[in-house]
Design a binder for this molecule. Sequence first.
Ligand code: PLP
Length: 372
Amino acid sequence: MAALVDIGKGEPDFHTPEYVKRAAHTAIDENFTKYTPQPGIPELRTAIARKVKEENSIEASPGQVVVSCGGKHAVDNAVRCLVRPGDEVLIITPHWFAYVEQINLCGGTPVYVPARPENGYVPDAAEVCAAITARTRLLILNSPNNPTGAVYPGTLLEALARTAIEHDFTVLSDEVYEKIVFDGARHVSIASLNADIAARTITVNSVSKTHAMTGWRIGYAVLPEKLADRVSAIQSVSTSAPSAVSQRAALAALTGDQSHVAAMTRAYAERRGFVLEQVKQIPSLSVVPPAGTFYSFVDIGGLIGHTVSGKEVCDANAFTAALREEAGVSVVSGSGFGAPRHIRISFAVSLDALKEGFARLKAFVLEEFTEQ
Ligand code: PLP
């Protein structure tokens, strides 16, 4: 069979900008290769505080910034800091898989609030309220959302902020896809809404998706100073500060020319158009156009229950396995996102890969599913 085509990947296919790589070379040449302060180098914390003020309207001092080994690590630090056995954490589902395991590792209980396709995967504030109990400790928001691509409107965030204040819980806002939005969608940081919600919000971000720097492992949290000190203490006994060289690279990325960010988003927009057109042409598939991220979350419910090569396609795991085996196409099953009738297709891969992947996917569906 022809080589596998991977149209599921969760990272930009672009390279890290040259000037960022040069900053890392310089750091090595200058022997900037020792341990750094636990919450990150002061220049980077200052640059992040400035970035969130200018771009996200979040008022924060450098002392409120903790730099970690990627956004995933920043979320994990926060969950470890806040969640104790028996605590409940509200998660909007479909959801990024890592939150669940991070909560479980702390003995917490994930409580799922559905985001429905008919509402563009934007959750309903009333449904969030209905899930609150005396044990609710944390609400995790992820907008733009992996896997659905939903971008939450300011009105929803205002309602959720009021609820968090009234019921006295913390909000973790994972904003790693903030720059990847389409068709005029606007990203809003919940911590920007007012001082009361800022005082109970942990905003997580990273250079991974925005600057094509997934392998450098730099993310950060902006949070109230007391929590920042606790998160830094947790980090000091687990990973210590992230790589000194990577911190210098991230500093360059955050303070240097930003033209690569818009250029990448333009490329994603073009591929997104292609993906949406292709999905329309394949029987039984449908997708809610993503307002942000580089993912399309495709409903394959109409194919479930059919048989391929003698095996029943009972869910998205079975579908992705059959697609890989029979057609040589790799996509991500929705099961890990809490959506076993969906698959995630990425447009952070080249247009050529998407053309080949969709040609095979279409042939696979037409041959295996339409004559039964
Ligand atoms: N949050 C979400 C929703 C993600 O999809 C990812 C990566 O896939 C991350 C956080 C973490 O990214 P990183 O650890 O590379 O910064």
